[in-house]
Design a protein around this ligand. Structure first.
Ligand code: NAI
Length: 331
């Protein structure tokens, strides 16, 4: 079985080759999948393996199906970049890795929060220049703060548990509240209440047509003056220009984002020698109270191992005419 990987990075090759126990043929392309490249897919390719910023539009899927591709394997959890209805219509199977160390993402959200509230990024640079002054490094305790968690699936749940460990009050909003989490002390309430009462808000719901720009001018109005917002979920959950306004007025005191709406032109690339044309991200990065990381929340040894093992097993089973666990299948 021949599998063509898009958006493949050196670490993808390492982990997928290491865990290729069924000796599948793995070919790697660095480029994103999209209309510009789809015609280059070789006949004989039975599966394509894609990541968060590959674009599987109806047109792209139709070309792939025409070339005989039968399996779309997402090596990630989110699937907002794949037009599932078209895949289904074309008789393709779409699998994903729904959980690969949710703790990896939850812990990164916490790392962003602790960097922002204790300014460790500034302290690191300052001390290296033999500047041991504390002026400008004043932080705040997480203990007894109210943390609002939007989306309490696998990642949100792991994040809630860590925040409870810090001694925070945790409010949560989810379309489907989790009874087990309620028993641990998390208080589910309506979205408006979470926004109004939280000192810190962390987004852990998937992006959908219904919640695009969940954080916008109106929802920001509801938040406390000086709130902290963390987004490790999907960039489209935030209206970036509204957030920039909120940072300017101090409505938001801190922003930590691992995802960005226009990230496909930037993230996962070394652009250190380039001129970045995206003025919005440049404006965001100019704020001293904003921390941007390039979609690295998932990036741990444990998570990459699980991604490779699950993805290859899904493809192998589908190729053998067997059915992977329903939890891995989208179509
Ligand atoms: P999950 O499917 O386990 O949980 C998602 C939860 O969000 C569910 O409980 C669902 O009911 C809830 N939800 C859905 N729509 C909602 C809405 N409009 N408002 C409130 N809650 C809503 O997903 P998981 O594994 O926890 O992942 C969450 C998201 O994290 C993914 O969809 C993905 O976008 C993002 N992610 C980011 C990564 C990174 O490296 N930055 C890595 C992996 C996932």
């Amino acid at each position: 079985m021949k599998i063509l990987f898009f958006s493949a990075k050196p670490y993808d090759k390492v982990f997928f080759n290491k865990h290729n126990t069924h000796s599948l043929q793995l070919d790697f392309l660095e480029t994103h999948l999209g209309p510009h490249i789809v015609n280059a897919v070789d006949a004989g390719t039975e599966a394509v393996c894609v990541f968060v910023n590959d674009k599987l539009t109806p047109e792209v899927l139709e070309v792939l199906a025409g070339k005989g591709v039968k399996i779309i394997a997402l090596r990630c959890a989110g699937f907002n970049n794949v037009h599932l209805e078209t895949a289904k219509k074309l008789g393709m199977r779409v699998c994903r890795v729904p959980a690969y160390s949710p703790e990896a993402v939850a812990e990164h959200a916490v790392a962003m929060l602790l960097t922002l509230n204790r300014k460790t990024h500034k302290a690191y640079n300052r001390v290296r220049e033999q500047n041991f002054s504390l002026t400008g490094l004043l932080g705040f305790n997480l203990f007894h703060k109210t943390v609002g968690v939007i989306g309490t699936g696998k990642i949100g749940k792991a994040f809630c548990k860590i925040m409870l460990g810090f001694g925070c009050k945790v409010l949560a909003y989810d379309l489907y509240p989790d009874a087990e989490l309620s028993n641990t002390g998390v208080e589910y309430c309506p979205l408006e209440q979470v926004l109004q009462q939280s000192d810190i808000i962390s987004l852990h719901c998937p992006l959908s047509a219904d919640n695009k720009h969940l954080v916008n001018e109106q929802s920001l109005q509801l938040m406390k003056q000086g709130a902290t917002l963390i987004n490790t979920s999907r960039g489209g959950l935030i209206n970036t220009s509204d957030v920039i306004q909120a940072l300017k007025t101090g409505k938001l005191a801190y922003l930590g984002i691992d995802v960005y709406e226009q990230e496909e032109k930037l993230f996962f690339k070394d652009l250190s020698g380039s001129i970045i044309e995206d003025d919005t991200i440049q404006r965001l990065m100019s704020f001293p109270n904003v921390l941007v990381t390039g979609h690295q929340a998932f990036f741990t040894e444990e998570a990459l191992t699980q991604i490779a093992e699950t993805t290859l097993n899904n493809i192998y089973l589908l190729g053998e005419g067997k059915e992977p666990d329903a939890a891995f299948m989208l179509v």
